[in-house]
Design a protein around this ligand. Structure first.
Ligand code: FAD
Length: 409
């Protein structure tokens, strides 16, 4: 697929040219995909060899100034900030070709109220607005300043000369298999792919292959005012003074309970059959604060339509509540960075340096690879913070492309 695409590529005036006649790249605009560079990526290299066997011409391929992976608040802001500095920006986002549509997308019927620039808006509507804005910035011609937005699930990123080669699936899977694959080139990269939340293991269909099949019962209640919440700072205000249930184990769930006390003192922690994992002094404080910890296994939900009302334990006893929050861990969306050795925290979130670049194990920055948003270790996982980090990353990537800098002594 990719080989066929490469062989169709043309130099800027539309002619195919044999390898020897391809000129040196014009910085930041056109770039020759050469054998040495491609050898860095096994799969691309294989296709290169196939192309050569077929006597196909080597491609001159467009190189973007800044590629942004992810169109959530962090990625969208990074793209707009880089575009605003005159950069030629590519945004690759999985939302159109997969079910990964960003965290805020899950807030299906609850309006997001804490961003000052837009009226309260649900996740899907916010996503549609951001998409429309980015589409309005599309360049009229290739290479012109603009934002090119592509639906693409990124599979792999590799170094390509001083920049990056990004391999992506650009159509929805067909029969579980990749239907179309493309490679994009960029001089700098902003990774803003966030993470996937873990979901409660209640009424889960273990045989379901896809997430939507597996968690069908859980998803019915997710993202609704009286359903499963995932972010106490986002949705705690919906449950002032009400009985609020938190599901999870360890210090993370107690952390969430501390946050929930801003809204109510009627708190219950459920562990769904696991030990609570709290240190003795924390368990003691929970008892003093009248926070009940129930370790029984949960058999099923009690609900009406999308309204979650409570749960039934394995022993048949019911627990009713007004609000529910799950904190079952997270999975960073970074599988495509496997070829890079980067610093991460215990959750797998990426550590960044002062410039916003990802850090290598020895503490030096990975040149040109910026990270922003929920994916950053220690970041507040909220829209405003993600957008601010996206702006930093988009501007830092832009700045790094300047041709000259402050003179050295
Ligand atoms: C239910 C819920 C309600 C929330 N409510 C609020 C609220 O009221 N206020 C608030 O401030 N925050 C809220 N948040 C938090 C907020 O949604 C996140 O902090 C924010 O979305 C993080 O932005 P991000 O850009 O880092 O990542 P995300 O918004 O998660 O975006 C990541 C993007 O990367 C894309 N992506 C993932 N993998 C790939 C890949 N391999 N290739 C290409 N693209 C990929 C996804 O399609 C997605 O578009 C809520 C979160 C949840 C879960």
């Amino acid at each position: 697929m990719h080989g066929a695409r490469l062989s169709r590529c043309r130099v800027p005036d539309g002619r195919s040219v044999p390898p020897a006649s391809i000129a040196q790249p014009e910085p930041g605009r056109q770039f020759v995909v050469n054998q040495r560079i491609l050898a860095m990526d096994r799969r691309i290299a294989l296709r290169y060899v196939l192309d050569m066997q077929n006597n196909a011409p080597i491609a001159a391929q467009h190189v973007y100034d800044v590629a942004v992976i992810g169109m959530g608040p962090a990625g969208a802001q990074a793209a707009i900030s880089a575009w605003h500095q005159g950069r030629d920006v590519l945004v690759l986002d999985a939302g159109e070709v997969s079910q990964r549509k960003g965290r805020a997308y899950w807030t299906k019927s609850v309006a997001i109220e804490d961003i000052p620039f837009v009226a309260p808006v649900t996740g899907p509507k916010l996503r549609a607005q951001v998409q429309e804005r980015l589409r309005s910035l599309a360049p009229k011609e290739t290479g012109e300043r603009g934002v090119t937005l592509r639906g693409a699930y990124v599979l792999e990123v590799a170094r390509s000369g001083k920049g990056f080669a990004i391999e992506a699936s650009t159509k929805p899977l067909k029969d579980g298999k990749i239907a179309a694959q493309e490679t994009f080139l960029a001089r700098t990269l902003v990774v803003a792919t966030g993470f996937e939340d873990g979901w409660p293991e209640i009424e889960v269909d273990k045989a379901g292959r896809r997430m939507l099949e597996r968690y069908r019962a859980v998803f019915r209640y997710a993202g609704n005012g009286n359903g499963w919440h995932l972010c106490i700072r986002c949705d705690g205000h919906l449950h002032y003074g009400q009985h609020f249930v938190l599901l999870g184990v360890g210090e993370e769930i107690y952390e969430a309970a501390l946050g929930a006390q801003d809204f109510t003192s009627r708190l219950t922690i459920l562990t769904n059959g696991r030990p609570h994992g709290l240190p003795p002094e924390v368990a003691r404080q929970a008892e003093q604060r009248d926070i009940r910890i129930d370790t029984r296994r949960i058999a099923r939900h009690i609900g009406r339509g999308a309204l979650l009302q409570g749960v039934v334990f394995d022993d048949g006893e019911e627990l009713l509540a007004d609000g529910f929050l799950a904190d079952e861990g997270l999975e960073p969306n970074t599988a495509f960075l496997e070829g890079f050795s980067l610093q991460r925290n215990a959750d797998g979130l990426l550590r960044i340096g002062e410039s916003g670049e990802a850090l290598r194990p020895d503490g030096t920055p990975e040149p040109g690879l910026y990270v922003a948003g929920d994916l950053v270790a220690g970041a507040r996982k909220l829209i405003g913070a993600a957008a601010a980090a996206g702006q930093d990353a988009g501007l830092a990537a832009s700045d790094s492309l300047r041709r000259w800098h402050w003179p050295e002594n």
